[in-house]
Design a protein around this ligand. Structure first.
Ligand code: F6P
Length: 378
């Protein structure tokens, strides 16, 4: 019999987190289960800091609210946790402290709302005896085995609106406007917003680009009388003979999510300007893609995911991830989600080797882009 459950929201925040929390809490209440929230993700499990979540109390008014009311922490891997003592930095496995806390507090299940790094740790906790159920969160849409993650639709909408606005200024000034969007090593946000926003070029991590092809496309438009062009660049895009642009390497590369990407948009804009002679400007969309209110799509998806997570817990289907498969709610073992990254405590989320879902070359979005003459830089 399920009595007490707890939620953590971990990793970068994302629109829809609060809507998932609300749905878990409400479904829990329907089944007389008490719901709690650990503060700041896995850190809360370590420090044993949590609050009671009730739909008539702390968890009210959540559906449309951005962020997460229980806070989140990035780069927290309790299996390889950064500890600083007397100026000496060490990485320790503190997972047992968190496990003892969860057991002592009597939580029958932990819902882990997070992306691939968070679910990797969830799987590691499940091996060590905790009951966990993951919910696939990230604007990047790169979690394996689910059609879509919550937060992604909102990010695409924000990027699309930005492209609409860039269109009018590009047209007025006869410029090339480059928009750098998030997505880490997956090009979903770039590709889908490029289609929604009528971009001329979309550069994604899955297709290393050839700048000659980008220039060719812009020149072709110029010859056809189009005096401006719109280019979307995913932060993880790279030239075919070069590498991704890393803005900062965190924690000497030892942390969970150890690489901060950024800067490729500016590089592409400079190259286009030099090669076409057209004034080019770069806009980095950044964290507005992650903040604020979720779209109606994400509110519904988050609510569905929250309900399903609680249903799985009631059925005792632990150590799983809630998914959407061909439009239907479903679930997969967490083991499958982390793919080849099996080693307990191994870092993930910041390396290309994790089992993230990248854009497959036979995806409909790729076919649509090619047939609509959106250059993918190849
Ligand atoms: O994973 C979501 C995401 O927003 C990425 O698209 C981006 O690269 C990253 O998080 C930035 O995270 P941080 O909060 O560490 O700056």
């Amino acid at each position: 019999m399920l009595k007490r459950v707890a939620i953590i929201t971990n990793g970068g925040d994302c629109p829809g987190l609060n809507a998932v929390i609300r749905a878990i809490v409400k479904t829990a209440e329907t089944h007389n289960v008490e719901c709690y929230g650990f503060i700041e993700g896995y850190k809360g499990m370590l420090k044993n800091e949590f609050i009671r979540l009730e739909s008539n109390g702390s968890a009210s008014g959540l559906l449309h609210r951005g962020g997460t009311i229980i806070g989140s922490s990035n780069s927290t891997n309790l299996f390889n946790y950064k500890v600083e003592e007397n100026g000496i930095v060490e990485y320790r496995d503190l997972s047992n402290v968190a496990i003892d806390n969860v057991k002592r507090d009597g939580f029958d299940c932990i819902f882990t709302l997070g992306g691939d790094g968070t679910q990797k740790s969830a799987r590691d906790f499940s091996i060590k005896g905790l009951n966990v159920i993951g919910v696939p969160k990230t604007i990047d849409n790169d979690v394996a085995h689910t059609d879509i993650t919550f937060g992604y639709n909102t990010a695409v909408s924000v990027a699309t609106e930005a492209l609409d606005r860039l269109h009018s200024t590009a047209e007025s000034h006869h410029r090339v406007m480059v928009l750098e969007v998030m997505g880490r090593y997956a090009g979903w946000i770039a590709l889908e917003s490029a289609i929604a926003g009528g971009a001329d070029v979309a550069l994604i991590p899955e297709i290393p680009y050839n700048i000659d092809k980008v220039v060719e496309k812009i020149n072709k438009r110029k010859q056809a009388g189009k005096k401006f062009s719109i280019v979307v660049v995913s932060e993880g895009a790279k030239p075919k003979d070069g590498d991704i642009v890393v803005k900062k390497m965190l924690d000497d590369g030892k942390g969970l999510d150890n690489v901060r990407l950024g800067g490729i948009g500016e590089k592409v804009a400079e190259e286009i300007e030099a090669r076409t002679g057209m004034v080019s400007r770069c806009t980095v969309l950044g964290y507005v893609q992650r903040g604020g209110t979720p779209t109606s799509y994400d509110r519904v998806l988050s609510t569905k995911y929250g309900y399903k997570a609680m249903e799985l817990a009631l059925e005792g289907k632990f150590n799983t991830l809630v998914t959407l498969k061909n439009g239907k709610l479903d679930y997969v073992p967490l083991e499958d989600v982390i793919g080849n990254n099996k080693e307990i405590g191994a870092k993930s989320g910041g390396t290309e080797s994790t089992s993230i879902k990248r854009v497959p070359m036979d995806d409909d979005l790729i076919k649509v882009a090619r047939n609509l003459d959106i250059s993918l830089g190849d």
